[in-house]
Design a protein. Structure first.
Length: 96
C-alpha cells in the first residue's frame, strides 16, 4: 500500500464491490480499439491454453485521456520510488 496522504481538498469515495471483483484479475496483454464515440480496452491473458479475455472496459474519449494522464503520473511516481521500468518488446507472446 502507498503511504502517501491524499492531497488537501480531495474527497475519499467509498467503493463497494463484491468479494470476487475486489480480488482483481491478472492480465498480461491488452487490445485497444476505438470509434469516434468510445474506446474499448480488452484486457487479455495469454496462457499455455490460449488467449482469454479477462475484462472489457468501454470509456469515452475524454475519460480515456484522464486514464492516460493518471497512469502516466502514477508511473512517474512508481519509477521515482522504485527505479526505471524496463520494457521488453517481443512480437512472439506465445508460451513455449
Amino acid at each position: 500500500m502507498d503511504n502517501e496522504k491524499p492531497p488537501v481538498g480531495t474527497q475519499q469515495i467509498p467503493i463497494v464491490t463484491g468479494d470476487e471483483m475486489s480480488r482483481g484479475r491478472y492480465s498480461n496483454n491488452m487490445l485497444v480499439t476505438h470509434s469516434s464515440e468510445e474506446f474499448i480496452i480488452d484486457w487479455l491473458l495469454n496462457s499455455p491454453y490460449g488467449t482469454h479475455m479477462v475484462s472489457r472496459i468501454i470509456v469515452s474519449p475524454g475519460h480515456m485521456k484522464r486514464i492516460i494522464d493518471a497512469l502516466t503520473e502514477n508511473m512517474r511516481k512508481y519509477e521515482g520510488k522504485f527505479g526505471s521500468v524496463k520494457v521488453i518488446e517481443t512480437k512472439d507472446q506465445s508460451f513455449h
